[in-house]
Every structure is written in C-alpha cells, then in structure tokens.
Design a protein around this ligand. Structure first.
Ligand code: NAG
Ligand code: NAG
Length: 374
C-alpha cells in the first residue's frame, strides 16, 4: 500500500472515531448567557467519558468546591482561570476536567484565593483581550513544580479541555462598554503552569479569531502563544497591537510557520525563532488589594501530599494535551521571557485510559501530522 493510501485510510478511521465521539464540536456550540446556558454543554458520553462539572452556575454552586465550568475574561479585575478541582493535581492529568477559578464573586464559581495572583497584565488589542500573569499555582490546586499545559475548546475529540468548558466576555468593543451583556468566546486558549498563566479570548467578530487563538502549539507555552511583557508584582491594564499568529514568524523577509514536533520525538530543545512582543500603550497600574478586594475571605486548600493523578486520559488528546515536557521552551505557561524553574513533574506521562485510548492517540497523531504537512 502506498504511503498516501495508508494515510488516507488512517485519516478515514480517525474521522470515524471523531464522528462517533461527539456529534457537534464544542467550538460550534453556541449558548446565550445567561438565558441559554444548559446544565452541561457536553452531555454526551465519549471516549473520554462525560463532562466533569456543569455550566449552569448559581449562588448554590458558588463555593470552593464548585464544579462550575463557565468561565469569563472581562477585565484586569474580572477574569477566571482553568485549574483542577482537587489539590496537588497536574494539568496534564486533569485537562479534561478543569473548573473555573475567578476573581469576582457572583457567577457561581470558585474564587482565586487572596495572594495567589502575583502580577497580572490585562491587554486589549484590535482582535483579542488577554490576561497574563504570575500565580502561586498551589493555591488553585496545581501541584508545585508542574509546568502545566494548554486548555482550549478543541482537543483531538473536539470536546474541549476541559470538556464542555465555556468562556464568556463583556470586554469586546462590540459590547460598547455594556458590562451586563456577555458574548460567548468561541476561540480562546489558556496556558497554566510554572507559576504563570496566559489566557487569550479572541473577539468572535474578528476575521482571524482562530489564528490569534491558535490551539496547536500546546507545547511551547505563553512566550510563544501569547508573547508579552508582564512583570511580577505589577498589576496593569494596557492597550496593545496584535501579536503575530502563534507559530507564525518572519525571518529574512519570509513569513514562516513553525511546526511543533510531536511528543514522540522527545523534549523540544530548540525553537528556530524568538516571538515578537507587540508594542503596548496606555498601561495603567493598579493596586492589587483594591482590584481583588473580594478575594480576602477565601482560603486555599493546599496540602503537601503527592500530586493527585486522576482518571481522565490526558494523553488521549492529540492537539491539545497538556504537554508535561520539561525543557525551558516547552514549559507549560512560560508567561514572559523569564525562564521557568525546572519542571519537577515535566516529562511524566499521564495515565492512559486503556488500549482504546492508545489506538485513538495513534490515529490522531497521524492525522495531525498530516494536517501539519498539508
Ligand atoms: C443551580 O445550579 C445547579 C448546578 O447546575 C443546578 O443543579 C440547580 O438546579 C441550580 N439552581 C437553581 C435554583 O437554578
Ligand atoms: C465595566 O467594567 C470595567 C472593568 O471592570 C470598568 O472599568 C468600567 O467602569 C465598567 N463600565 C461600566 C459602564 O460599568
């Protein structure tokens, strides 16, 4: 059989699995907030099981055990991050089940404990809004030393990481400053790990939302997916120019698209370019105590136990698995140009959920390799 025929066969097989696993990709499901929010955006049972939490969140679900999976990115003082439900978890093990941790009460979620945020830059550009910052990740249940990975509404089975996770915003220009109207963010990515984070929400009205919020560079962190100049200890709200699309750079006048190697080839030791940090302006600094005043009453549930490994097969997702690789350039979030501390748990593989998952991984690996070649 020719290589082409084999590839076609494998692609057909992978497509069949996709079709069986979820009827509608998460990124194609649209719900008005709050009136149209279902109990779960992903009520299906698939290879990765069912949605871990729920999207209908209210006063009853607003506590530090909340499994709310409806998230927001609005402003410097008003955003959520995806993080695990149980202390000492690895992002790679829990990517399918992260829950929303937010800076503002009132939306049925957990709150980020006071003191966890150690520097945040909010950036508004023509095509997206973004928060980038520094965090004591153990206060939001991420194991100390975990270099983490990427959350986004795609994944090999198109059910998203977390499954059914929804993101809303009142921060796009089309809202005309009306803070009470929320638009669903169709394309977004959130890197968590290495005590850093970046969360970008692309304006659904923009022509390149899927490019600015690209989800295939899951192993190269914030420095490459959300190049920024965020600083520890600084809380600021800025305006800026657009970044380049993640993975796209200009070298000797040529526009080049980087191809991230598959995990099977080992750690990423070199990347042939330095991402361009776009110009920013009008950065206004704020006092974090005032920004996050409502977080004062929340205490973290940290424990010193060994990292919890969970049951969802993190490695069954081809394009968006938490990387868990250990080189500097592939550290999970990598919020700025600073290098991360050694990733204690990097390189550790997530548990496989059986033979079926292994086969699916293989097929998706082929499929995505082909997509890169196309
Ligand atoms: C609050 O949210 C939970 C979880 O989605 C749901 O089971 C419950 O019915 C909601 N309560 C009300 C009053 O809507
Ligand atoms: C909307 O929220 C932003 C950020 O929290 C705030 O600065 C602004 O004043 C709010 N606008 C209105 C009209 O309330």
């Amino acid at each position: 059989m020719s290589r082409y025929a084999l590839s076609t066969l494998l692609l057909a097989a992978a497509t069949t699995v996709l079709a069986q696993d979820t009827a509608t990709p998460l990124a194609s499901k649209h719900f008005a907030y709050p009136s149209g929010i279902p109990y779960q955006a992903d009520p299906d049972q698939g290879v990765r099981g069912s949605q871990f939490g729920y999207n209908k969140c209210n006063a009853t679900t607003e506590n530090q055990d909340s499994l709310c999976q409806t998230s927001f990115l609005n402003a410097l003082d008003d955003f959520c991050l995806w993080a695990p439900s149980k202390p000492n978890s690895l992002i790679a093990d829990t990517e399918g089940e992260e829950v929303a941790w937010c800076t503002k009460p009132g939306r049925g979620t957990r709150l980020i404990p006071a003191g966890a945020l150690q520097g945040v830059q909010f950036m508004r550009t023509p095509d997206y809004i973004q928060v980038v910052g520094f965090i004591d990740q153990t206060k939001i249940n991420i194991a100390n030393g975990d270099s983490g990975g990427e959350l986004d509404p795609h994944g090999a089975d198109l059910r998203g990481n977390p499954l059914g996770g929804l993101v809303y915003s009142n921060g796009f220009p089309s809202n005309n400053g009306n803070n009470n109207t929320f638009q669903q963010v169709i394309e977004w990515h959130n890197f968590m790990g290495g005590n850093q984070f970046c969360f970008k929400a692309c304006d659904p009205a923009g022509p390149h939302a899927a490019d600015f919020c690209q989800h295939i560079y899951d192993r190269i962190g914030c420095a490459y997916n959300a190049p920024n100049a965020a600083q520890t200890g600084v809380f600021e709200s800025c305006q800026g120019e657009n970044q380049d699309f993640p993975g796209v750079y200009t070298s000797n006048g040529q526009v080049v698209t980087y191809q991230q190697p598959p995990e099977s080839l080992g750690v990423i030791s070199t990347i042939p370019y330095q991402p361009r940090v776009p110009a920013s302006s009008n950065c206004v600094p704020f006092d974090s105590a005032k920004l996050f005043a409502s977080l004062g009453t929340v205490t973290p549930t940290t424990s010193s136990a060994a990292p919890t490994t969970s049951s969802t097969g993190a490695k069954t997702t081809g394009s968006s698995s938490g990387s868990g690789t250990a080189s500097r350039s592939s550290a999970g979030a990598g919020a700025s140009q600073t290098s991360n501390s050694a990733a204690t748990f990097g390189g550790r593989s997530g548990p496989e959920s059986g033979a079926v998952a292994g086969i699916v991984t293989g097929m998706f690996g082929v499929m995505f390799a082909m997509a890169f070649l196309a």
